[in-house]
Structure formats: structure tokens, C-alpha cells
Design a protein around this ligand. Structure first.
Ligand SMILES: Cc1cc2nc3c(=O)[nH]c(=O)nc-3n(C[C@H](O)[C@H](O)[C@H](O)COP(=O)(O)OP(=O)(O)OC[C@H]3O[C@@H](n4cnc5c(N)ncnc54)[C@H](O)[C@@H]3O)c2cc1C
Length: 590
């Protein structure tokens, strides 16, 4: 029996998960496939996001406790087996049962998770490679074409390869710059004096360059997680020290090394800071959604999805979660901002705020507060040292519902406009649900206490590119920076992607974007939905560019979810079908 070769383009976390699922299915179907993988990066399995070589100042935003990457089951074949590989918690020696609920949650380093993912990759390929079932081409794929039901691949070294099927697990792709960045880039290309870093990673890139400059002032475009990594790289990363002064609140002081920039000046379109994750399991338990609540939540959503009434907005999602949030807020009792509202009264406010980010109420932290005050209040809420606001509760209950929401909405029969609005809502709430550790925000506050970081122009300043740098002005305040680091990460919008491979597939009309050019349309098993009904190309897409995985695609645990399993099952259906068809036609009398 011929053994099909499956090409996997990109062996980051999702490519690894796809390969694991493939061999699990191979054992179930008692059929075999070979994998030809393409990955230019040094650490397959980890990919650049979880680069093992990145500094310790790059942290994950998920606690070790919540890092839900399932273990790999042992897979047995007639004459070999792929070993079991533990969960991240087991691998890193974390034992939740042994830990006090009040112990401060740990957030792994991104390099540590990278080591786990790379080890996991090595443990499967160590078995497959000697058997000739796995081969890695350490190059980027630049072109894919289809001939006679097989796939021709060209890599960046101009070498050609042929496989029977291909899956793209290419994750983060470079995108076209927005107008502001394009303008800055042009200027920095024209002037050797302007220091512009168009992306925040690897942080070593700007650490090395700035280390040779005498105390530059640094603007940081963006005010999210990557900005925090940038600030840490420019402080602790150049030898400074954070010391925790209060174990309850995690308040810190910063001792500079003298190698820091003169000033770090972050800014964004709204200047609103992220809200931290609760400090420990005990505090987080207030936001945990019970199984019964989740069942009701899913039932409500399913009911709406199956109803004959057209869904035109994310209101059905809001209505599903609102009663849960109201209940949690009430149960927090005297820990919240005082109020006299019934659950129903609370529900009205929750709904109003979820529908309109500008909605104001005494229970919701006003956006008009200074950034420093907002940070201080959020940190105090996360450590239970101040009264908790309703928006904080909404964000963290939302976080606990997120995996269920992502699962329930995957491939739901929603109009593209509604999917886009759901994504917008989830993105808005990421300021809370994807929030950093308390320590990260205490570090920002400590840097601002020693005037190394300023929030003076953080909220949507006018930015003027000058000969010597940039002028950031807000009201009376104006700050000059001579270096700019862009920490706004590329969006997953298909229409904006500018990688050679995706552009070629787009130009050849192989991939087609949907509404707003958001993503590639795929079946549930990742196979591409082609423009022509009769054209069934042997290509699948998993990850942030695929429509079915668009909602919630960016969490690491989602990489090891059901989608790669659906894809692997689909591969074997097709492989076995093809074999049956070949055998049947071969045995037909002529
Ligand atoms: C800076 C950053 C920090 C993040 N932090 C977190 C976090 O703390 N928690 C969390 O849950 N998620 C985080 N994420 C989200 C992240 O997207 C996922 O966790 C995960 O990396 C997605 O895995 P992936 O394999 O789909 O994509 P990627 O990790 O992007 O991997 C894709 C792989 O494909 C390869 N590739 C790309 N194009 C080609 C080509 N043409 N040919 C061959 N190979 C190719 C790349 O080299 C790469 O190894 C972060 C993302 C970024 C960018």
C-alpha cells in the first residue's frame, strides 16, 4: 500500500499539534503517512513566539495553573511507539494540589514554554525520523502549486518538493504597514539618524543598538503586552532591579543600573491600560464559572444559533453571559464597590457596557481617570486591596467563559459581519481577559515612580515626525523621543498579509478572503473552501488565517485543541478513500 506524504508548512505549536494528531489517527486507522515539514526557525515546535533564546524579560500572560496544553497520549503501532508527553504543568513540576490557594500565581517565561514545546517536538521526531516517516526542510515555503492531485512546493532555496496533501500552519505572518508606520519607515530609511524599530521582537535588536547610544528617549507605540516586554527589556533587561516591597500588593521599587534610556514614553489610541489577572487561585475563584453555569451559557447560545431568527449582532453572546456576571458580582458582596442594585439591575448595566464601551456608571471604572490611577486601582482589585469594579468582574468572568465560547462559536452559522463584531467585542475585552500578571503592572508603576517611564502623553497624542525624532504632544504636554519602537503586533487580516506564500496563493485565487478580508474560508477539518465547487484542492489551513479558528485563535492552548484532530481525521478519510478508489478501479474488468 502506497504511503501518502503530507506536507506541513510551519512547525510552530500548531504544526506540532497537527503532526501529533496525524500519527494518533494513523494508529487508529491502521494506516501510515509520511510528513514532510517546512520550518526555517531554529526551534521547531516552539516557533519564534516561544523562541528558547529570548531573554527572561519576555513573559507569558497565562499562569502555569491555567496553561491548559493537553498531554500527548502514547501512540502504539505494530513495530514502534510514540511516547507519552506530559502536560506543561507535569513537565515543569507544578502541582496545583500541593500549592496553597494563596500562593502567588506563576507566569512562565516564553522561553520556558518554548523549551517544553521543542522537547515535545524532539520526542516525536526522534521516533519518526529514523523510520523515514518524518523529514524537515529548514526553509521557508515560497510557492505552492497543484498538479494531478499532488502538490508542488518550492522553498526559499528554490528547491522543489512534492506531497499528496499540504496544511498551512504558518501562524503570524508579516503584514503591510499602516499609513503611520509606512510614513515613519520611509523617513527612517532616508535618514540615518532616526532610530525606528518596526517590531518589538527580538528585544535584543533594540537593546544592542540602544546600548551604544547615550541615553536616548524612547517612544513605544502600543500599550499592551508587547509594550510591557519592551519596558522590561529596557530596565531589568539592562541590569536594573525590581524589589518587591509589599508581598500583599506586590508593590515594587526599581533600582536603575544606569544603562536604561533617559525615558520610556508609551502611547496608544486610547491610553487605557490592561487589567491584571487576579493574584492567586483564591482570588481568581470568585470569577470561576461553574459547570452548571457553563452548561446554561452554551444552551443559551446554541438556542439562539438554532433559532429561525436571524442573528445580526453579538447581543446573543452578551445575554448569555450577563446573568453569570451579575451573580458573581453579587456573590463578591462587600468586596465590590458598594451598591444597592438587584441582579436584574446589574444585568442592565452589564449589558449596556458590553454593548457600548463608552457607557458610564458608578460601578465602572471611569476611563477619564489618569492612566497611573487606573493601573493602581486595577492592581489593587487583583490583589483584593480595594473595592472591585463591575468592569473588572465582567472581564474576568468573560475570561473563564472564553474557551467555551470559542468552542461553541467555531464554525457556527453566523454571518461574516456578525463574526467580525464578535471578534471586535472579544478584542475589546482582551484588555481584561488577556491581561498581564500583577507584577508586570507593578513594574510599570515602579518605573514611572523613578521617572524612567511616563504616562503623560499615553492617550492618543499627536505624533509628529521631526528631523531628530518624534514629537509626542497631548494638550500642554509635549515630549521629544529620538527612538521609536513599534509594539503593535500584526493583525491576522488576510488582506493585509504580505508574505510571499500567502500573496502567491491569494493571487492564484487559491485562498479567498471573506467579509472584511478577515480570513480564509475552510471546512471544519481545515480544508479550503474553493471558489469553484468542483475544485477540491488538497490544501488545508489551521490557525489564525483560517476562518473557523478565527475566534480565539491566538491562545496557545487553542493550538492543541480539536481543530488539528478534525484535520487529521479528514486526512485519513481522504487517503483511505483515494486508496479504495484506486483499488476498485484497478480491479475493474477491462
Ligand atoms: C509576541 C507574541 C506573544 C504571544 N504571547 C502569548 C501568550 O502569552 N499566551 C498565549 O496564549 N498566546 C500568545 N501569543 C499567541 C500565539 O499566536 C500562539 O500562542 C501560538 O504561537 C500560535 O502558534 P502557531 O503555530 O499557529 O503560529 P506561530 O507560533 O506563529 O508559528 C508558525 C510557524 O510557521 C513558520 N512559518 C511561517 N511562514 C512559513 C513559511 N512560508 N514556510 C515555512 N514555515 C513558515 C514560522 O517560522 C513559525 O515557526 C503570542 C503571540 C505573539 C506574536
Amino acid at each position: 500500500m502506497a504511503c501518502s506524504t503530507i506536507g506541513i508548512v510551519g512547525i510552530g505549536p500548531r504544526g506540532l499539534s497537527a503532526m501529533e494528531s496525524l500519527f494518533l489517527e494513523a494508529s487508529r486507522y491502521k494506516s501510515m503517512v509520511k510528513v514532510l515539514a517546512f520550518e526555517p526557525f531554529n526551534y521547531p515546535g516552539a516557533g519564534p513566539v516561544y523562541d528558547l533564546g529570548q531573554p527572561k524579560t519576555n513573559w507569558l500572560n497565562v499562569t502555569t495553573r491555567a496553561l491548559d496544553i493537553p498531554a500527548r497520549e502514547e501512540v502504539s503501532f505494530h513495530d514502534f511507539h510514540i511516547p507519552y508527553f506530559p502536560t506543561f504543568q507535569e513537565w515543569s513540576g507544578y502541582n496545583a494540589k500541593k500549592l496553597d490557594k494563596e500562593a502567588i500565581d506563576k507566569f512562565p517565561l516564553r522561553s520556558e514554554l518554548g523549551q517544553y514545546l521543542h522537547d515535545r517536538y524532539l520526542s516525536i521526531t526522534a521516533v519518526l525520523k529514523p523510520l523515514g516517516l518524518y523529514n524537515l526542510i529548514k526553509r521557508e515555503v515560497t510557492t505552492i502549486t497543484f498538479t494531478n492531485e499532488s502538490v508542488s512546493i518550492t522553498d526559499s532555496g528554490d528547491n522543489s518538493h512534492t506531497v499528496d496533501e499540504i496544511v498551512l500552519c504558518v501562524g503570524h505572518q508579516p503584514t503591510y504597514q499602516d499609513e503611520q508606520m509606512a510614513h515613519w519607515l520611509k523617513r527612517s530609511n532616508d535618514s540615518a539618524e532616526l532610530q525606528l524599530f518596526k517590531m518589538p521582537y527580538p528585544v535584543k535588536m533594540f537593546q544592542d543598538k540602544l546600548g551604544n547610544t547615550s541615553r536616548p528617549s524612547v517612544g513605544v507605540r502600543g500599550f499592551g503586552l508587547a509594550m510591557i516586554d519592551v519596558c522590561r527589556a529596557l530596565s531589568e533587561g539592562v541590569g536594573g532591579t525590581f524589589t518587591v516591597m509589599d508581598t500583599m500588593t506586590r508593590k515594587m521599587v526599581y533600582e536603575p543600573s544606569g544603562k536604561e534610556p533617559d525615558r520610556i514614553v508609551p502611547f496608544s489610541l486610547d491610553g487605557l491600560p490592561m487589567a491584571p489577572k487576579p493574584l492567586n487561585r483564591k482570588i481568581d475563584e470568585h470569577y470561576v464559572v461553574t459547570d452548571e453555569e457553563l452548561t446554561n451559557y452554551v444552551a443559551f447560545i446554541d438556542n439562539r444559533l438554532n433559532s429561525t431568527n436571524t442573528i445580526n449582532s453579538p447581543e446573543f453572546l452578551i445575554k448569555a453571559i450577563t446573568p453569570i456576571i451579575a451573580k458573581k458580582f453579587t456573590q463578591l458582596s462587600n468586596l465590590t464597590i458598594p451598591h444597592k442594585l438587584s441582579n436584574q439591575g446589574l444585568e442592565t448595566i452589564i449589558e449596556a457596557w458590553l454593548l457600548d464601551s463608552d457607557f458610564e456608571h458608578d460601578l465602572i471604572l471611569p476611563k477619564q481617570l489618569s492612566t497611573k490611577t487606573l493601573l493602581q486601582k486595577f492592581v489593587a482589585m487583583a490583589t483584593h486591596t480595594t473595592k472591585i469594579s463591575l468592569d473588572y468582574v465582567i472581564g474576568h468572568v468573560w475570561r473563564h467563559c472564553q474557551p467555551t465560547m470559542y468552542k461553541t462559536l467555531s464554525f457556527a452559522p453566523l454571518k461574516d459581519e456578525v463574526i467580525a463584531k464578535v471578534i471586535d467585542l472579544d478584542e475589546r475585552l482582551k484588555r481584561y481577559s488577556y491581561g498581564p500578571p500583577v507584577d508586570s503592572l507593578q513594574q510599570l508603576l515602579a518605573l514611572s515612580d523613578v521617572n524612567l517611564l511616563t504616562f503623560d502623553v499615553v492617550n492618543n497624542p499627536d505624533v509628529t515626525a521631526t528631523k531628530e525624532g518624534w514629537e509626542l504632544s497631548k494638550g500642554e504636554e509635549s515630549i521629544h523621543v529620538d527612538t521609536m519602537i513599534n509594539s503593535v503586533l500584526d493583525t491576522p487580516k488576510l488582506s493585509l498579509v504580505k508574505s510571499k506564500l500567502i500573496e502567491q496563493l491569494r493571487e492564484d485565487s487559491i485562498v479567498q478572503p471573506l467579509h472584511n478580508d478577515l480570513a480564509i474560508e475552510t471546512q471544519k477539518d481545515g480544508t479550503l473552501i474553493s471558489r469553484s465547487e468542483h475544485l477540491k484542492l488538497p490544501i488545508s489551513v489551521l490557525g489564525r488565517l483560517a476562518k473557523g479558528t478565527l475566534i480565539g485563535v491566538d491562545a496557545i492552548a487553542e493550538c492543541f485543541g480539536v481543530r488539528s484532530k478534525f484535520w487529521a481525521k479528514g486526512v485519513f478519510h481522504r487517503v483511505l478513500n483515494a486508496e479504495t478508489t484506486t483499488q476498485t478501479s484497478a480491479s475493474k474488468p477491462t
